[in-house]
Design a protein. Structure first.
Length: 259
C-alpha cells in the first residue's frame, strides 16, 4: 500500500543538499503517525461528507481507475476531493517550536474546509511562519496502490499568495521514490519525488505542468516517473539559507489536463 500522506512529508526534502539528512527524515516520520491515523478514516469521512459509499472503481491490484479531469474545485467547501474520487486535503510542518500554521499540523479532511478568498470564491488556504525547515499542504488520493493517471497529460491549478524565506515545490510521489516501509519500492536515498518549482503572485493565475515537466531534484536515487501510480499532489514550502520560513497561499481548481 502506498501511504500517500506519508509521501507528502517526504517530499518536503526539497532542501539544498547540505540540509538533506537523516535528521530531516526523522522529522518526517514524526508527522507520519498522524497521517496514518487520518488516512485510515479518510474514506469513511469522505463518504459521510459527500453522500454515499460509491467511489472510484479500483482494479484488482487496488490501483484507482481514471475518472474525470477535475480533482477539486472546492465548490462543496469541504476538505475532500470531488466525486467520483475519494481523497482529502491535509496540512503538515516540521513542528518547529517557533512555527505556527493554519490549519494546524496534522489537519486533514473534514477539519480542513475551504475558505472564502474575500470574493465569495472558496479555495484551499494555508498560512504560517517561523518554521526552520519545511511545511506543506497535500491532496491525497484514497487509493491503496496509487492512482492511474496515464490517460491524462499533466495537472493544472490556480494559485495566489506569497512565500518568504523559502521556495515552493510541487511534488508527485510514486512508489519508485517512496521508501519500502511506506509502501514504495525505493531502498535508499528515497523521497526525491518528481516535481517542479512554483512561483507565487498576489493575484490568481493558472499553473500547468505536463508530466514531462516534472523532474526529480537530483539528490535521491534516480527513478522513472510512474504516472500510473500517483499517490498525491503536494505543495512543499522549504527554507533556503536558514531563513525563517513563512507563507500565505491559496490553491483552487485542481484538475488533470487532457491536452
Amino acid at each position: 500500500m502506498i501511504i500517500s500522506g506519508v509521501l507528502s512529508k517526504e517530499n518536503s526534502f526539497s532542501y539544498p543538499s547540505a540540509t538533506r539528512s537523516k535528521h530531516h527524515a526523522q522529522l518526517v516520520c514524526i508527522v507520519l503517525a498522524s497521517v496514518l491515523q487520518a488516512c485510515a478514516s479518510d474514506k469513511a469521512n469522505n463518504d459521510s461528507a459527500q453522500g454515499g459509499g460509491a467511489g472510484v472503481e479500483a482494479t484488482s491490484t487496488k490501483i484507482c481507475a481514471a475518472g474525470p479531469p477535475l480533482i477539486d474545485d472546492f465548490a462543496d467547501k469541504d476538505g475532500f476531493l470531488n466525486r467520483p474520487r475519494t481523497g482529502s486535503w491535509g496540512a503538515f510542518n516540521d513542528r518547529s517550536e517557533s512555527g505556527i500554521q493554519a490549519p494546524i499540523d496534522g489537519t486533514r479532511g473534514a477539519d480542513f474546509p475551504a475558505s472564502d478568498d474575500g470574493t465569495g470564491n472558496f479555495a484551499l488556504h494555508t498560512s504560517g511562519g517561523g518554521f526552520k525547515t519545511w511545511a506543506l499542504v497535500d491532496a491525497v488520493f484514497d487509493c491503496p496502490d496509487g492512482y492511474e493517471a496515464s490517460s491524462f497529460t499533466g495537472i493544472q491549478f490556480r494559485i495566489k499568495g506569497k512565500v518568504a524565506g523559502g521556495t515552493t515545490r510541487l511534488g508527485v510521489p510514486t512508489p519508485q521514490t517512496t521508501e519500502i516501509q511506506f509502501g514504495g519500492t525505493c531502498a535508499s536515498n528515497c523521497n526525491d519525488h518528481f516535481g517542479a518549482t512554483i512561483q507565487y503572485e498576489p493575484d490568481w493565475r493558472t499553473v500547468v505542468f505536463h508530466w514531462a515537466d516534472l523532474k526529480q531534484d537530483g539528490w535521491g536515487t534516480p527513478a522513472t516517473f510512474d504516472v500510473g501510480r500517483l499517490g498525491s499532489f503536494e505543495w512543499n514550502f522549504t527554507t533556503v539559507t536558514g531563513s525563517p520560513l513563512s507563507f500565505d497561499i491559496w490553491v483552487d481548481d485542481l484538475s488533470f489536463t487532457v491536452d
